[in-house]
Design a protein around this ligand. Structure first.
Ligand SMILES: NC(=O)c1ccc[n+]([C@@H]2O[C@H](COP(=O)([O-])OP(=O)(O)OC[C@H]3O[C@@H](n4cnc5c(N)ncnc54)[C@H](O)[C@@H]3O)[C@@H](O)[C@H]2O)c1
Length: 385
């Protein structure tokens, strides 16, 4: 079988993870990478043995060898880059959030309607953790009964100090929301995937805890500590924190908080679903384990175990129980699902898939905007109101 030739645009923080995950899938060949920072792309190409390196993204998109392209550029470029990829008739695997606004993500969905042969996915990677897929099947089979509550957290600390800076702070790059769009969207994706239900209404408190930040003169890499002494003070317009009440279309209620200013929390995603018979709780920092809460018997610690995986989640659980799988494995599962779909000749809109579609990502954009609107207007807001 010939391999699918893949290209990556944007070789910054998340670009590295795409390079590594592609390398783990035998049916793929990473044939080219491109970054406006050519030196960076060249360094990565040399390190990972990638043959072609481009400075200009059009050269990569128009390279006839390339069949599928990953868009790992900052969020403000997703519309422009994804549009070019779709119009070139190539498969697109985009980073999230899908755009700066829901108007942008809606435009991408319209474009896809004219290119039905293009398979389009978005990297909501946490949903592809083996135990999340396991929990999804267990919830759907009725193991925890009727769903009452879905609640949790996504906490980080990488923007705690006023000297912490990244392009994500600025609406020009990140869009209308920072914390909710960047990390809250991952939590909401998990909540919707596990529950099999959509969030339809939100009531939010959004907070800019650091209204002034010190913007460094030079670029600061994502998640790195700013050592730059040369800065200017800038006003911040995007939220550091959100606390959000939720209503789901299956009648369940929920609440989550997301923060980028919680000292000591790095990638603390915690989610719990409480049903009429039992509860499940999962935390990404111990992502190979899940807690099952019972009312009339002892609680259980569930260890990911391919031999016991529910439904067809077995395909996303690889190592024997006791050898922990984590973020990189969920990431690889996501690409496996995306490229398996392409290789099986499946069609978007007709065949279901486990990876997030552009429609899923667009809905998360609508939710993000509803949360920001709710925070501003201090009231419940329906999605797409
Ligand atoms: N799925 C996840 O869990 C996850 C995690 C981190 C980041 N992301 C998303 O990935 C995207 C990139 O984030 P990041 O943290 O890697 O940012 P980054 O700043 O580390 O990397 C972005 C790269 O894009 C390059 N670039 C900028 N303009 C370009 C252009 N015109 N042409 C080609 N390359 C260009 C930059 O030089 C840089 O190397 C964002 O949308 C972010 O939200 C997703």
């Amino acid at each position: 079988m010939s391999k699918i030739k893949v290209g990556i645009i944007g070789t910054g923080y998340i670009g590295d993870s795409h390079i590594e995950a592609i390398g783990r899938i035998g049916r793929l060949e990473l044939a080219a990478i491109a970054d406006v920072n050519y030196e960076l792309a060249k360094k990565k190409a040399d390190a990972f043995g990638v043959e072609k390196v481009y400075k200009n993204i059009d050269e990569l998109i128009n390279d006839e060898d390339i069949q599928s392209i990953h868009d790992c550029t900052p969020t403000n470029l997703h519309l422009e880059v994804n549009e070019k990829i779709i119009k070139a008739g190539k498969h697109v695997f985009s980073e999230k959030p899908l755009g700066k606004t829901s108007a942008e993500s809606a435009k991408m969905i319209e474009l896809l309607k004219n290119h039905p042969g293009v398979v389009a996915g978005v990297n909501f990677c946490y949903r592809m953790n083996g135990l999340i897929q396991d929990a999804k099947h267990r919830v759907r089979s009725g193991e925890i009964g009727k769903l009452y509550l879905i609640h949790g957290l996504y906490l980080q600390d990488w923007l705690l100090y006023e000297t912490d800076y990244n392009w994500r702070i600025e609406p020009e790059y990140t869009g209308v929301s920072r914390c909710v769009g960047d990390i809250g969207s991952h939590w909401m994706d998990l909540a919707q995937v596990i529950s099999g239900s959509k969030i339809t209404e939100v009531c939010a408190n959004t907070v800019i805890a650091l209204p002034i930040r010190k913007k460094p003169a030079g670029q600061v890499e994502t998640f790195s500590v700013n050592k730059n002494q040369d800065y200017r003070e800038v006003k911040v317009a995007t939220e550091d924190y959100a606390g959000v009440l939720l209503k789901f279309d299956n009648g369940a209620s929920g609440v989550f908080q997301c923060s980028e200013i919680s000292a000591g929390r790095k990638c603390f995603i915690d989610i719990e679903v409480d049903g009429s018979k039992a509860s499940f709780q999962w935390n990404q920092q111990t992502s190979d384990q899940m807690w099952k809460g019972n009312r009339d018997s002892n609680n259980e610690q569930v260890m990911r175990n391919p031999n016991l995986a529910a439904g067809d989640s077995r395909k996303y659980s690889h190592l024997a129980a006791g050898h922990p799988e984590g973020w990189n494995d969920a990431f690889k599962n996501n690409l496996d699902a995306f490229y398996g779909y392409i290789l099986d000749g499946k069609k978007m809109g007709k065949d279901p898939c486990d990876f997030a579609t552009f429609e899923d990502a667009h809905y998360l954009m609508l939710l993000t905007e509803a949360i920001i609107k709710s925070g501003k207007e201090r009231r419940w807001v329906r999605v797409n109101e």
